[in-house]
Design a binder for this molecule. Structure first.
Ligand code: ZN
Ligand code: ZN
Length: 566
């Protein structure tokens, strides 16, 4: 604001335009000031027009500043007009200007034109190549980005970082790690803080703790500046990889640099790991230290109450959010409250929230209501929630399967048929369960009933042995969640080959007794696997940590940190 108010007036004495024509430099500075001022002030275009009126020739720095102001689809037309000016004034082959044009078209959402500028450029420099990769990355066209990346005559750290980030943003975490390893082989480029943040995100999503620890060591070794952004990325990685203690270590080492994001991440991390009390204590500490919570902080706080089953506390925090901190609850917060009531079996209270919330309930809210209803065997509510879920997201394969199970329980066989037909008609396929483990720094992936791993024979033999020992101790499979069309024996077999059990057997094969085991699963863990893991942790004296799509389960000495509440 300060800069703009000083620079706003073209009649300001410091810019005496009646004097001999000011250099383009002065005008460029003025244009930049208008582009960068927040909120936007006078149109930079009017400055440009004045510049032309005064007979000043723009130079190759003028357009890049100007083009930055065309940053959304509604500026596409003006952007095109300026592209024409660029052409008329003969700057269309200036690499600096070309790069800005590519950025401009990408920001305005016209990738075809961005690519056209790139294709027509005769003197492409590195920033020009990087800008087209960035343009593809932003819209998730990762394969197109990779094609350009592979064609590049030379690459710098920005090229590598952009490409890695492109993979991370579209969920290609393993590809991101592979590319990072490739980058490591080169002497000419060294990763920077930006690269590291992307890689840490990938490690966290994959639950690749060994990789993440290595990245941390690298950051220390090369003395990279662990600012609050990188520090928070490290914390999130450790929390997601199951090591809440290490996350806490990073958090504590950040001292007074912690901002609201750092605090919120730690609060959420503790909540996800089932440390509800510590999470809420940390919230109190945050308030005491004078950092103002935001909406994200309260998602963490309410999440702690949900996972800890703290109904009254949750209600109280929900009230304080608006009363004390003037934060209007968003849909995520309503989702948490529905979850809180639902899990506690207060289904009618959960319904009241769903009906009275000021916005339309979304998939998260209906999903929360559904988990509560399923947990407490409320078939009618399950049916309504599932129908809503399918209506909102017709590709949600799990919802169809659950809904047909619900109708089967109600004995409504024609409805079962209808749902199955609907699934077929819409070409819905079940998302296969998949578990990831990292052993010796290598990631291994298992699908349900998988037989593609080189050690398959040994894995199934080991699993057989483990289950035999559990049966001897009186373990009975929990088949309540298995698919209905299978008979009892079929159900048990289907459960036996769940991906987390295969991953576990693999860890038993490849690690020494007593080594803790970490598994990341893409779906929610089923009751049968949960029961089995509890018993295995006691029987074989192993600590097992499973991250499913909702939370962490720390199995130790026959118990789980979720207290069977998930
Ligand atoms: Zn299972
Ligand atoms: Zn659990």
């Amino acid at each position: 604001m300060r800069a703009s108010s000083k620079l706003i007036s073209l009649t300001h004495p410091s810019l005496n335009l009646s004097h001999p024509t000011p250099e383009p430099f002065v005008w460029n500075t003025l244009i930049r000031a208008h582009v960068q001022s927040k909120p936007p002030t006078h149109s930079p275009i009017s400055v440009f027009n004045r510049m032309r009126l005064h007979g000043v020739q723009p130079d190759n720095r003028t357009f890049p500043f100007l083009l930055q102001s065309f940053n959304s689809i509604r500026y596409l037309q003006s952007g095109k007009l300026f592209h024409a000016q660029v052409f008329l004034l003969g700057f269309d082959q200036d690499p600096f200007v070309q790069t800005s044009l590519i950025h401009m078209y990408s920001a305005c959402g016209d990738l075809t034109l961005a690519r056209q500028v790139f294709d027509e450029s005769t003197q492409r420099d590195l920033p020009c190549w990087n800008s087209i990769i960035d343009a593809y990355a932003k819209v998730g066209l990762v394969d197109a980005a990779r094609l350009v990346f592979d064609e590049m005559p030379e690459r710098n750290v920005i090229s590598w970082s952009c490409m890695i980030k492109a993979y991370v943003m579209c969920g290609g975490y393993k590809e991101a790690l592979a590319l990072f390893r490739e980058m490591q082989m080169l002497d000419s480029v060294r990763p920077n803080e930006f690269t590291m943040s992307s890689i840490l995100l990938a490690c966290g999503r994959l639950g690749a703790l060994e990789h993440g620890k290595w990245v941390h060591a690298y950051i220390d070794k090369y003395g990279m500046r662990v600012d609050v952004v990188l520090g928070t990325a490290l914390m999130n990685m450790y929390a997601k990889c199951g090591s809440i203690e290490r996350a806490r270590g990073v958090f504590d080492s950040m001292g007074s640099r912690k901002d609201v994001m750092a605090w919120s991440s730690m609060i959420s991390g503790l909540a996800m790991h089932g440390h509800a009390v510590e999470s809420l204590e940390l919230f109190a500490e945050m308030i005491k230290s004078g950092v103002r919570p935001n909406a994200v902080t309260f998602v963490g706080v309410l999440c702690a109450c949900v996972h800890g089953g703290l109904v009254n506390e949750g209600k109280e925090y929900f009230r304080r959010m608006d009363d004390e901190f003037s934060i209007k609850p968003l849909i995520q917060h309503y989702g948490c409250i529905v979850d809180l009531y639902g899990r506690a079996g207060l289904i009618s209270d959960a319904w009241k929230v769903v009906i009275s919330m000021p916005m339309e309930p979304d998939v998260l809210v209906w999903g929360a209501l559904l988990s509560g209803a399923r947990m407490h065997r409320d078939i009618e509510t399950s049916e309504i929630a599932l129908n809503k879920l399918i209506q909102l997201d017709p590709t949600n394969s799990a919802a169809y399967v659950l809904l047909s199970n619900v109708y089967a329980k109600m004995g409504k066989w024609s409805e079962v048929r209808r749902v199955r037909d609907l699934m077929e008609e819409r070409g819905i396929k079940k998302v296969p369960g998949c578990s990831l483990v990292e052993v010796g720094g290598v990631l291994h992936e298992f699908f349900v009933g998988d037989d593609s791993h080189p050690a398959t024979r040994e894995i199934y033999m080991m699993l057989d042995e483990i289950m035999k020992r559990l049966k001897m101790r009186g373990f009975v499979g929990n088949t309540s969640e298995a698919l209905l069309q299978l008979d009892e024996e079929g159900k048990e077999l289907a459960l036996l080959f769940h991906s987390e059990k295969l991953a576990l057997a693999f860890c038993f094969l490849k690690t020494t007794p007593g080594t803790p085991i970490q598994i990341v699963k893409n779906l929610r863990i089923c009751c049968d696997c949960h029961d089995a893991m509890k018993m295995i942790s006691q029987e074989f004296n192993r600590e097992i940590v499973i991250r499913d799509c909702n939370r962490f389960h720390h199995f130790r000495e026959g118990l789980c940190s979720c207290k069977d509440y998930w």
